[in-house]
Write a protein of this length. Structure first.
Length: 95
């Protein structure tokens, strides 16, 4: 199954979602920062292009796209902000 399709299916099943996310993490173990950042930039660009292609009415209240975009970008980033700060602080202590 395609990773994106599997992710859409797994979102409804938390245990399956965590297994899928663990597989994504494991696949990137040992990856260098520049490769990860390049992948992030490419995925972000594809996401922005897909969102930009939607008609404006999809972003109006009840249209669905606004919540999706917010939930998978800024809302999701805020959800993990404390974890990221902790990781950065831990890295700084051991640098």
């Amino acid at each position: 199954m395609d990773d994106r399709l599997e992710l859409r299916v797994a979102i409804r099943d938390r245990a399956r979602l965590f297994q899928l996310l663990a597989r994504f993490v494991e696949a990137r173990l040992g990856a260098n920062a520049s490769g990860i950042l390049a992948e992030l930039a490419a995925n972000h660009a594809a996401f922005v292009a897909a969102a930009a292609a939607l008609p404006e009415e999809h972003f109006l209240p009840g249209g669905g796209a606004g919540d999706l975009v917010s939930g998978t970008t800024t809302g999701h980033y805020r959800e993990h902000a404390e974890q990221i700060r902790g990781w950065r602080e831990e890295k700084a202590r051991h640098a």
